[in-house]
Design a protein around this ligand. Structure first.
Ligand code: FMN
Ligand code: SF4
Length: 332
């Protein structure tokens, strides 16, 4: 429907390369559609033709950013493009292009069939419709939950997912993976819609909720996220490339047991060098893990340093594993 609306005869489904299982399902569904005359040339005698292809990325987070995705589709390294021009005018192969998440597009048939008023009965005035919540972490029943926006709270979602899987209290949640501001349990009464989440200083974003119980040390968690972003930084701009590098160095220092209270301020300084200075949102995403674990769980940092939680055999083993991993990668 989307392709028809914009008069396009070619659509791509861009899938992260690791997702080979869903990829097989997608390819089977497309083959079925071709076999039944729903894709290909002259669809149902209308004169309209459409091809849909599944394209597998090579496992880079940045290729979810729409212009990096276009670069990758065109066979170049996945790095964001300067905007404007925007993809709507100059997109794939310099043609006008619509880029949406498949979840967004999956809502369209229901709206076309039943009308906008019908769709709006779900959700709130400003956050209308339904959303898929992917729940993982310390919950009994991880999975995808489709809910109307604004009706349920974070606590309701946690309860739907069976509550804590470890029997320990849930301490916090990341509502949109590691790119989002962490939410402490005290705010779990907030409703699951865009405005309410903004009201507690976070976002709804991709709705990939990662719940963490009280065994999770936020210094450890923040380091894991920074390490991820350092690895995923595409390297195009300095604040993100160098900032995530320096941030990881600081967190490694904390984890190795050599951190000082001054390092907490230094983390804030590194953050300041990244925020608002990056070419694309990934750099900003990287700072969330530092900014918001520090905002809500600063005591974890202080305890980590004063009670010498770093430098344990477990953390040393983790650092050694990571270093080894990076060397192996560099060699590769
Ligand atoms: C670093 C980065 C990663 C992203 N990853 C994804 C992704 O995996 N999937 C996705 O649909 N959008 C992702 N986005 C958002 C897309 O750029 C784009 O805004 C979105 O796909 C638009 O579709 P929607 O309006 O239907 O959500 C990402 C954005 C950034 C900056
Ligand atoms: S912010 Fe990071 S991911 Fe985005 S362009 Fe700059 S280096 Fe690349």
């Amino acid at each position: 429907m989307c392709a028809y609306a914009i008069g396009s005869n070619l659509a791509y489904i861009y899938l992260r390369g690791e997702f080979s299982e869903p990829g097989k399902e997608l390819e089977k569904a497309l083959a079925d559609a071709y076999a039944n005359g729903l894709l290909g040339t002259n669809l149902m005698g209308t004169g309209y033709s459409l091809d849909i292809r599944v394209h597998y990325g090579a496992g880079a987070y940045i290729c979810g950013e729409e212009s990096a995705l276009l670069e990758s589709l065109e066979g170049r390294i996945g790095q964001p493009r300067l905007k404007p021009p925007f993809p709507a005018t100059n997109g794939l192969y310099n043609k006008p292009t619509v880029i949406n998440n498949v979840e967004t597009l999956a809502n369209v048939p229901w709206i076309v069939l039943n009308g906008a008023a019908w769709y709006r009965q779900f959700g709130t005035e400003k956050s209308s419709g339904v959303k898929l919540f992917s729940v993982s972490g310390h919950v009994k029943n991880p999975g995808n939950y489709e809910l109307p926006l604004g009706k349920y709270s974070i606590q309701d979602l946690l309860d739907m997912a069976g509550g804590s899987s470890t029997g320990r209290p849930i301490r916090a949640v990341l509502p949109a993976g590691s790119s989002s501001p962490i939410i402490p349990a005290v705010n779990f009464g907030a409703k699951l819609d865009y405005e309410s989440m903004a009201g507690i200083g976070s976002v709804l974003g991709s709705c990939s909720f990662i719940f963490m119980d009280d065994s999770v040390d936020m210094v450890w968690a923040a380091r894991k996220m920074i390490r991820f972003f350092k690895h995923e930084s595409c390297g195009k701009c300095t604040p993100c490339r160098e900032g995530t590098y320096w941030a990881l160095k600081l967190y490694n220092k904390l984890l190795s047991g050599e951190g000082t209270l001054a390092d907490i301020d230094m983390i804030g300084e590194v953050n300041k060098q990244i925020i608002g200075k990056c070419f694309c949102p990934l750099g900003e995403f990287a700072t969330s893990s530092m900014t918001f674990t520090l905002k809500h769980f600063k005591q974890d940092y202080i305890d980590f340093i004063e009670k010498k939680k770093g430098g344990t055999p477990e953390y040393k083993a983790e650092l050694a594993r990571d270093t080894h991993g990076h060397h192996a990668q560099a060699a590769h």
